[in-house]
Design a protein around this ligand. Structure first.
Ligand code: NAD
Ligand code: DAU
Length: 342
């Protein structure tokens, strides 16, 4: 694989993958195709050498542009998406356009040009799980974590649009013989994540003198993985994965929101209860948990950044030192949340 397209490569996780490829695979040239929506940022690619990476600003739903780029590459790694649940509850339309029509456009270009496709998806396509405390086996028995056999049951317009995009990929594999794989990953954290998301929102609230905001009772569990580990997993699947297969990516990082928030507060020198309870998210998924045995046993991947405390400290440090990266947007993001009591 010498030339790859990374869609959404100026976003949080896509840009991490671009850095990963540049740092670890010197023979690969990356074309980033990114529309630079509110979530995309050229700065996320700053410092990368021009002879290794080019940024094409464009829409994945632009058929002629996509076809022109795909003709000249060996693989497409597809990260571009509208990615925030809360935004999808306010206005689902861009989610349908980018996540469904955009994915369809890429699939058609890869089909016509016989190009390898990897689709980056989310564990949210499976809906949610009961809390561990409500399960007889405390959450580790059969069916108590997501696997690639868990039935799809998405809750929000965002997760429904991602579920639909996964099904498009599966259909293109089966009906057209597209050379594609899918990965479904759990919640990522790390530097460069947009400040609308849970962890960076709370860190930047504290840095801005605003109280952190917890939805509902904070019992909801997310299965955190450092974004560096997501990148190595996607590369593993792209290069070693079996065509037509789905791999779940996770690092056994389940934590409830209240615990994570208290940890951020204490790490930043605040009292652990110095936050506001705010309106819950409608349809709020309770618990996510990934069983990544297939990826680990069949492809030999394992996560490296598994110390959540260390990862969280580094992330706090990054937002503290990179206030220029987020400060200009902070007020607008908080105003949007305030409109819905969050
Ligand atoms: P993000 O919102 O930070 O970045 C999305 C990127 O896609 C941005 O750079 C944006 O400009 C670009 N984009 C949006 N619409 C586009 C379009 N029409 N054409 C071209 N580019 C467009 O998202 P993220 O958190 O980095 O997530 C990336 C991918 O990973 C998504 O597919 C998401 O569903 C998936 N994912 C995310 C997580 C997570 O925890 N954040 C977990 C699992 C899977
Ligand atoms: O599981 C993978 C998914 O993780 C990805 O597909 C999504 O793109 C990504 O955004 C993320 O979705 P979540 O909805 O889980 O992430 P978010 O950061 O929005 O919220 C994490 C949890 O924190 C969730 O239970 C809602 C809660 N929350 C969120 C915000 C923004 C709060 O309690 N307070 C907040 O201010």
């Amino acid at each position: 694989m010498k030339k790859i397209i990374v869609t959404g490569g100026a976003g949080f996780i896509g840009s991490n993958f671009v850095h990963y490829v540049v740092n670890n695979h010197p023979d690969v040239f990356v074309t980033v195709l990114d529309k630079l929506t509110y979530a995309g940022n050229r700065e996320n690619l700053a410092g990368l050498p021009a002879d290794r990476v080019q940024l094409v600003v464009g829409d994945i739903a632009d058929g002629p542009l996509v076809n022109e780029l795909v003709q000249d590459c060996d693989a497409v790694v597809h990260y571009a998406a509208e990615s925030h649940n809360d935004n999808s509850l306010k206005d689902p339309s861009p989610f349908i356009q980018t996540n469904l029509v955009g994915t369809f456009t890429l699939l058609e270009a890869c089909r016509k040009n016989n190009v390898r496709f990897h689709h980056v998806s989310t564990d949210e396509v499976y809906g949610d799980l009961p809390l561990r405390e409500d399960l007889p086996g405390h959450g580790d028995g059969p069916g108590e974590k997501f696997t690639d056999h868990t039935p799809y049951n998405p809750s929000s317009p965002y997760s429904a649009s991602k579920a639909g995009s996964d099904l498009l990929v599966r259909a293109w594999v089966r009906s057209f013989g597209l050379q594609a794989t899918i990965s479904n990953c759990s919640n990522n954290y790390g530097p460069y994540q947009h400040i609308e998301k849970f962890i960076p929102r709370q860190i930047t609230n504290i840095l801005s003198g605003i109280k952190p905001k917890l939805y509902g009772d904070g019992k909801n569990v997310r299965d955190w993985i450092h974004t560096n580990d997501h990148s190595s997993a996607v590369w593993t699947i792209l290069t070693k994965g079996k065509i037509g297969e789905t791999y779940l990516i996770g690092a056994d990082g389940e934590k409830d929101n209240k615990t994570v928030l208290e940890q951020i507060l204490v790490e930043m020198g605040q009292k652990p209860d110095a936050y506001d309870h705010v309106n819950d998210r409608p349809g709020h998924d309770l618990r996510y948990a990934i069983d990544s045995t297939k990826l680990r046993e069949e492809l030999g991947w394992k996560p490296e950044y598994t110390d959540f405390n260390e990862g969280l400290k580094d992330t706090i440090d990054w937002y503290t030192k990179h206030q220029d990266w987020w400060k200009a947007e902070k007020q607008a993001v908080e105003n949007k949340y305030a409109q819905v009591g969050q």
